[in-house]
Design a protein around this ligand. Structure first.
Ligand SMILES: [Zn+2]
Length: 184
C-alpha cells in the first residue's frame, strides 16, 4: 500500500474496523519520512479550513501512525515499491506528499494524489485551502501538468471526476483534461 499523504480522506478507511480485520497483519504501508515527521506537530498556518477540520486531521493522522507504526515502510525521496511502481516525494500539498509512477507494457501512468484538483486545469495557480504549502503546491502542480502534457502519458488524481484517469493537454496558459474513454 502506498499512502500519498495522511489527510483523513486518504487514510480514514484504514481505520475502519471491518477494513483493518481484512488486512494482512504484515501489510506494508509505504510513506515518506517527511510525512510521518510532519504529523507529529503539523503546521496549518497557511491552510484555510473550517474550524473543526485541522483538529480532526491531526487526530486521524496521529491515530493512523500509532496503529500502523510497525507496518510503515518509510522512504526519503524515491522508492521502487514493486517492479515498475515508483513512489516519489513531491511535497506541496503536505510536506511529505508523494506521487506514484506505474510502468506497464511500455506505458507509464502518474498517480498524482492531491497535487491537483479539477480547477487546476483552468487555474493551476489557484490555491486550495487544504494545501499546507500553497506556493510549493503551485510549483508541483504546474510541473506535473507540464510533464504529463509533454509525455502524453496516462494521468490520474484522487479528486478528479469519474473515471479520473486520462491525459493532459496544454491550451495557451491553461491545461485541458482529456478523460479516458471508459470501456466497461
Ligand atoms: Zn489531501
Amino acid at each position: 500500500m502506498i499512502i500519498t499523504h495522511m489527510h483523513m480522506d486518504h487514510i480514514g478507511g484504514l481505520l475502519v474496523d471491518a477494513v483493518k480485520q481484512r488486512l494482512r497483519p504484515d501489510v506494508r504501508i509505504h510513506v515518506t519520512a517527511t510525512e510521518v515527521a510532519f504529523w507529529d506537530t503539523p503546521d496549518f498556518a497557511q491552510t484555510a479550513m473550517p474550524a473543526p477540520v485541522p483538529d480532526v486531521l491531526r487526530a486521524t493522522a496521529q491515530q493512523f501512525i500509532a496503529h500502523y507504526r510497525g507496518n510503515l515502510h518509510i522512504f526519503d525521496d524515491e522508492h521502487e515499491v514493486a517492479p515498475g511502481v515508483v513512489a516519489k516525494l513531491t511535497g506541496g500539498h503536505t510536506p511529505g506528499h508523494c506521487i506514484v509512477y506505474v510502468n506497464s507494457g511500455g506505458e507509464r501512468l502518474t498517480f498524482a494524489g492531491d497535487a491537483l484538483f479539477p480547477v487546476a486545469f483552468d487555474h493551476p495557480d489557484w490555491h486550495n485551502g487544504f494545501e499546507h504549502d500553497p506556493e510549493e503546491s503551485v510549483h508541483v502542480r504546474v510541473r506535473l501538468l507540464r510533464e504529463a502534457a509533454a509525455s502524453g502519458e496516462l494521468f490520474v488524481a484522487t479528486h478528479l471526476p469519474f473515471p479520473s484517469v486520462g491525459r493532459v493537454a496544454v491550451e495557451g496558459d491553461a491545461f485541458r483534461w482529456i478523460a479516458a474513454f471508459w470501456d466497461y
